[in-house]
Design a protein. Structure first.
Lengths: 224, 224
């Protein structure tokens, strides 16, 4: 009995370690989103390069979490809620990595247009707001992973609603007869909007997995 | 000993069942991609609706595979390669579901422009080719899941290279000075290109997971 208790304790320590790593990765994603936006709005190629080259660190951190999770599954053979938690962690790390990739896509659009800015001044406020919403959501997800607070996780859906609204607003600007910035800028803004929207979708999805880990129930799915 | 053998046999039968379901879902995704493209190129709103409403079946099939995989993990507690195979199946089903979502996005662009066509005649050949490449890749993935053939899986990367090239070509068209179809069509074509490209990325990723299941080694990662 004592041995079983010690094993369970070791299991939960290792699981906490994995969630700690997930929160760390989420912190790296937050930097990636922030710096990608900075490079986009300033046209600074060095910052864009920094985001692009730092992505490998997120990829490596993902591999480490995957290795730890597999080791945990193999050695401890968890069942029921413990099993679901480890599998949820594996999914969360995939989504966080994907959010890093999407930040790289933003940085690459910034780099492509240097020394110009990809985003015309007229739509900068919308793109800035989308970026701010995305960054805030990623920041909140870090905390949600650490605290496993279900209310905070569920509240993230409202931030995502603002993102959807901003996306619609950006399309209205692009497709209005007043648009005078040409096709290239329109395509850039449409794709940037898509990337920020996907970052937000993944943030909600990661938060939903935390809800699932804590409650055993799945909130609404996100399929942007 | 006999009991262990019987358990392992039951495990492998259930695992085969999961892979059979994955191939079935891949078949549904193939239909979704084909019909979404048909609605796009014909401007047929009914076909677009069909794709959009059929997506719930793919979502439900994903849930069933997830439930089976969790049951298998809980009851049989596989280790080593068996464990990795079940977890790979969980990831594959997420990617297949996502490919269904992306087909829905294509169908929604088609529906939005009815009674017009979203794609101007000048770029129809490129979009048609992208769609054909995506559909062919999804079709091959179905077979790869069934046969678990590593060579076929690795060969899929070449199809993905054609997709990347088509994407660049579509951008060259959009951004050329000859583009006379306006901003809306340009944004539609750019997003459609993105959706087909992502379907192809996911197809490669699913194929890579099959390689991993068979060989225990990860081929190059896809992060489009």
């Amino acid at each position: 009995m004592l041995r079983v208790c010690a094993m369970r304790e070791a299991f939960h320590e290792q699981l906490d370690g994995i969630f700690h790593d997930l929160a760390d990765i989420c912190g790296s994603v937050e930097s990636a989103v922030r710096l990608a936006t900075e490079s986009l709005l300033s046209g600074d190629a060095d910052i864009a390069e920094q985001v692009i080259s730092a992505d490998v660190d997120i990829d490596r951190a993902r591999e480490r979490v995957e290795d730890s999770a597999f080791l945990l599954l193999s050695l401890q053979q968890p069942v029921a809620s413990d099993l679901r938690t480890v599998v949820a962690a594996l999914r969360m790390v995939s989504e966080l990595e994907r959010m890093g990739d999407l930040s790289v896509h933003v940085a690459k659009i910034a780099r492509l247009r240097v020394p110009n800015l990809a985003v015309p001044a007229a739509v900068q406020p919308i793109i800035e707001r989308m970026a701010a919403v995305a960054e805030d959501m990623v920041c909140r997800v870090s905390k949600i992973i650490t605290d496993r607070n279900v209310d905070d996780a569920l509240a993230l859906v409202h931030a995502d609603e603002e993102m959807d609204q901003l996306r619609r607003q950006s399309f209205a600007e692009l497709l209005s007869t007043d648009w005078s910035h040409g096709v290239e800028a329109a395509v850039d803004v449409a794709l940037l909007g898509r990337y920020y929207e996907r970052i937000a979708d993944h943030a909600v999805s990661v938060a939903n997995r935390v809800v699932f880990v804590v409650t055993g129930e799945n909130p609404r799915s996100v399929d942007g």
